[in-house]
Write a protein that binds this ligand. Sequence first.
Ligand SMILES: [Zn+2]
Length: 136
Amino acid sequence: MFHLVFQTYLKTAYRRRNRLNRRMNKEEQEHLKERLLQLRLELQEVDDLSRESTKPVELDQSAIGWVSRVDAIQAQQMSLASARRRQAQLSAVEGALRRIESDEYGYCFVCGEDMDLRRLEADPTSTRCLECAKRK
Ligand SMILES: [Zn+2]
């Protein structure tokens, strides 16, 4: 029983290693570009909306009590953290769009192979194939 399972595993592993992803076609790249542009728009919109909440907390003692000041500071730190996350996402999106423009999109940064389209579909900003991402 174990032997059979092992053989099947080997066969699958072998097939997987030898499966090279094909180059995406123009339509597929265009579709991913649309998604990246949409993503950039969304990130920028959220950023504009949340700019308000990352303003420094008023330290006017009379205006708000100590507890609400702590609350306000915590809320501010949380929105700063998500602003930083958004900024990182945004630069990943920009990078992907730049790679599309210079025709370098869809290759793994590490091994240079074509990326799996399903992986790019899940995250159009990914820069590493599944194998290389796992090895990280
Ligand atoms: Zn790779």
